[in-house]
Write a protein that binds this ligand. Structure first.
Ligand code: PLP
Length: 389
C-alpha cells in the first residue's frame, strides 16, 4: 500500500478508529489523552460571563464537552448529554412535540417511553398539553398507515425504536423518515439497542436520535446516562435550554467514565454481535426453546430491513421457554447468565420480561444480553441450564 492509498483524514476513519480517538483533545505535552472528570459548581468568572468558557456547573462542564464532541463525531450531528436515557427521551418529547399536536409511536417500544408519552403524571405540565398519541406496530406497515391517517391533524413527531426492546422488531428508518417529512413531522429514533456504531439514524433521514448510554455505549453495567443527537442546531439549542433550566444534568464522573468506555465500544460490540449470532443459532436448534428472535438470523422477520440499515445485529437475543417456572429453572441451573434487567454490558445477563408487566410478551419470554465471555463457555452453560428444564 502506498502513502497515496491511505487517507489520514478523521472524516474517513473507520469506526474502530473513531471510537478510540473521538472527542480527545489536541496533543499537549504533559497532559493526559483524556483529561479527568472536572468537579466544579462555580468556575472563576471575572467580569463579563460570556468571556469565561465555563461559569456554572448546571450550564456546562468540560467532561460533558469532551464526551459530547465524541458522540457528535459518531452520530453526525450535535449531541447533548443527559443523566439517563429517559431524561434524554423526556427532553425530546417535551421540547419538540408542541401542545395540541400528534405523536405517532410504536406500540412495543421501551415501556417507560410509552408510559411518559401516553400516561403523563397527573398535574405535571405535559398532562395539560393535549397531545394525541397514536400507537402502531413497528413491524409491517402500521406506522406508515398511522402517519397517513393522522396527516390531516398535524403530526409533530414520529417516534421509532429499532430494533425494539424487547421484541427485536425493526422498521425501515429511511422509508418512514421520508413519509414523515412529507406530512411535516420530525422523526426521532431510539437507537439504544443498536448504538451509532451499528446504525446511524441521522444519516438514514431521522432528525433526532436518542440513546440510553447506560447500555452498550458504556457497556460496563456501572452507570446511568443518555444522549440526544440532532441534525438541526436550533433543536440542539432547545434541548440545551431544557437541560439547563430544568437542571437535568449528568454528573462529570459519569461523562468521563462513558468517554473512557467508548474507546472499547467497537471491540466489545463486535464480539457481542458474533457471540449473539452463535447463541441465536444454538437456541434455534434447542427443543425446549421457541420463538428465537435475532435480527441477524436469515429467517428472522427483522432480517431483511436490519441487513439494509445496520452494520451488524447487536448483542440482544430473545426467546421463549414454555413457562415462568421453566425460566426460573433455567436461571437456577445457569452459572454464567446473571438474572438482571438492562442489556449491552460485558456480563451476559437475561430476564423474564413479563415479571415487570407492560410488554406484550408471553410468561416464558426471555430477553438475553450477550456479554464478552467466551462463546463456547456460554453455549456450554446454556446447554446445561436448558437440559434441566
Ligand atoms: N430506551 C430503551 C430502548 C431502553 O431499553 C431504555 C432502558 O432500558 C431506555 C430507553 C431508558 O434508558 P435509561 O434506563 O438509561 O433511562
Amino acid at each position: 500500500m502506498t502513502a497515496r492509498d491511505v487517507s489520514n483524514d478523521a472524516a474517513t476513519w473507520q469506526s474502530a478508529t473513531r471510537v478510540v480517538r473521538a472527542g480527545l483533545p489536541e496533543k499537549v505535552a504533559g497532559t493526559p489523552y483524556l483529561p479527568g472528570p472536572v468537579f466544579a459548581a462555580p468556575y472563576h468568572t471575572p467580569g463579563d460571563p460570556l468571556l469565561s468558557p465555563y461559569t456554572y456547573g448546571r450550564f456546562h462542564n468540560p467532561s460533558w464537552t469532551h464526551y459530547e464532541a465524541a458522540l457528535a463525531e459518531m452520530e453526525g450531528g450535535p449531541c447533548l448529554l443527559f443523566p439517563s436515557g429517559m431524561a434524554a427521551t423526556a427532553a425530546v418529547l417535551a421540547t419538540l412535540v408542541p401542545p395540541g399536536s400528534t405523536l405517532v409511536m410504536p406500540q412495543e417500544c421501551y415501556y417507560t417511553t410509552r408510559v411518559i408519552a401516553s400516561q403523563p403524571f397527573p398535574g405535571a405540565w405535559f398532562a395539560s398539553q393535549g397531545i394525541k398519541v397514536v400507537m402502531a406496530p413497528t413491524a409491517g406497515d402500521g406506522l406508515l398507515r398511522a402517519l397517513e391517517q393522522e396527516a390531516a391533524h398535524g403530526v409533530a413527531m414520529l417516534w421509532l425504536e429499532t430494533p425494539t426492546n424487547p421484541g427485536l422488531d425493526v422498521c425501515d428508518i429511511a422509508l418512514l423518515a421520508a413519509k414523515a417529512h412529507e406530512v411535516g413531522a420530525l422523526v426521532a429514533v431510539d437507537n439504544t439497542t443498536a448504538t451509532p456504531l451499528l446504525q446511524q439514524p441521522l444519516a438514514l433521514g431521522a432528525d433526532v436520535c436518542v440513546v440510553s448510554d447506560t447500555k452498550a455505549m458504556t457497556g460496563h453495567a456501572d452507570l446511568v446516562l443518555g444522549h440526544v443527537a440532532v441534525r438541526d442546531a436550533q433543536h440542539a439549542e432547545q434541548l440545551r435550554l431544557w437541560r439547563t433550566r430544568m437542571g437535568v444534568i449528568p454528573g462529570p464522573m459519569e461523562a468521563w467514565l462513558a468517554h473512557r468506555s467508548l474507546g472499547t465500544l467497537h471491540v466489545r460490540l463486535m464480539q457481542q454481535c458474533r457471540s449473539a449470532m452463535a447463541i441465536a443459532e444454538f437456541l434455534s436448534g434447542c427443543a425446549q426453546v421457541s420463538g428465537v428472535r435475532y435480527p441477524g438470523l436469515p429467517n428472522d422477520p427483522s432480517h431483511a430491513i436490519a441487513a439494509k440499515q445496520m452494520k451488524a445485529f447487536g448483542g440482544v437475543v430473545s426467546f421463549e421457554l414454555p413457562s415462568a417456572e421453566a425460566v426460573a429453572h433455567f436461571f437456577a441451573h445457569s452459572r454464567l447468565v446473571y438474572e438482571a434487567t438492562s442489556f449491552g454490558g460485558l456480563h451476559t445477563s437475561a430476564e423474564r420480561r413479563a415479571r415487570w408487566g407492560g410488554d406484550a410478551v408471553s410468561d416464558g419470554f426471555v430477553r438475553m444480553s450477550v456479554g464478552l465471555e467466551d462463546v463456547h463457555d456460554l453455549i456450554a452453560d446454556l446447554t446445561t441450564a436448558l437440559a434441566r428444564l
